[in-house]
Design a protein around this ligand. Structure first.
Ligand SMILES: C[S@@+](CC[C@H](N)C(=O)[O-])C[C@H]1O[C@@H](n2cnc3c(N)ncnc32)[C@H](O)[C@@H]1O
Length: 261
């Protein structure tokens, strides 16, 4: 790269030549984040060309209609999770209590708060950097560092209206098939769900069983046949499947369940 200004078109061309499929959108995003600072733009472009996630480079992403800060080292919320976040918000009563387990940057919790500004929303996360990122995103979310429901105030047990989780759910042996940049950059603990992908999620189901009030809802992202594999755990926690979230290809993306009355 030389020292002159970079136009949007040449930036997009460069990104396309380097294999970025959404080159036009990425060029626009980089230019917006650089805000006219040519040196910064070049630094950001160099980082992006290594495969570093765009939201880490620009500092933010759009998720389910809201702008979120995503700090380097923190899992990038996926647009495919948007419907689950919106479903969780829709099920949360106006002045209810919602919990987002494994919150990462705070994405699902932030959507709940945006749609239910009078509700109490709490979030937990085991990674310190992600907790800091979720707190920096604001939205008046109470962020607790620790394992699943363990750090939450004890008085919440049996009183929560909505529990949502996007846990790591990729089976360990399938991590190798994820895109190179995801494997290289994104935190392993955000992706690897153990032998069958459900090591964290099974415990999240138990946590939801403890937290939810009768009639409360638990929503989780998952894939493949993980719904069948989770059926026994859901039944043990008193959770009945009331809806299935599927993508445009008809593939299962998540479950909405309800705690027995
Ligand atoms: C797939 S990411 C999802 C993040 C966020 N919910 C989202 O959709 O953007 C999973 C997150 O769970 C966190 N995590 C993994 N195991 C956890 C545990 N036992 N308790 C709390 N958080 C955990 C990881 O650090 C990571 O941030």
């Amino acid at each position: 790269m030389n020292g002159g200004a970079i136009s949007r078109r040449s930036l997009a061309r460069l990104l396309a030549r380097s294999g970025f499929v959404a080159a036009n959108e990425e060029a626009a995003e980089l230019l917006r984040a650089a805000a006219g600072d040519g040196v910064l733009l070049r630094q950001m472009l160099e980082r992006r060309l290594t495969g570093e996630p765009l939201p880490w480079v620009t500092g933010s992403t759009t998720f389910a209609g809201i702008t979120l800060r995503v700090c380097p080292g923190v899992y990038v919320p996926r647009w495919q999770t948007g419907p689950l976040a919106l479903a969780a918000a829709a099920l949360l009563p106006t002045r209810g209590t919602g919990v987002d387990l494994c919150t990462g940057s705070g994405a699902v919790a932030a959507v709940m708060r945006r749609h239910r500004p009078q509700a109490r929303v709490l979030a937990t996360e085991s990674d310190q950097a992600a907790c800091a990122c979720a707190r920096a995103n604001g939205f008046d979310i109470e962020v607790y560092e620790g394992d699943l429901d363990e750090p939450l105030p004890a008085e919440l047990r049996g009183r929560v209206d909505v529990v949502a989780v996007v846990a790591p759910y990729v089976p360990s042996r399938e991590i190798q098939f994820l895109p190179r940049d995801v494997r290289l950059y994104e935190p392993h603990a955000a992706l690897d769900g153990g032998e069958d992908g459900l090591c964290v999620l099974r415990r999240a189901v138990d946590a939801a069983g403890r937290l939810l009030a009768p009639g409360g809802h638990f929503l989780t992202e998952l894939g493949g046949t993980q719904d069948d594999m989770l059926a026994t755990g859901l039944a043990r926690a008193g959770l009945e499947v009331v809806d299935r979230l599927v993508d445009d290809e008809g593939d299962l993306r998540g479950l909405v369940t309800r705690k027995a009355l």
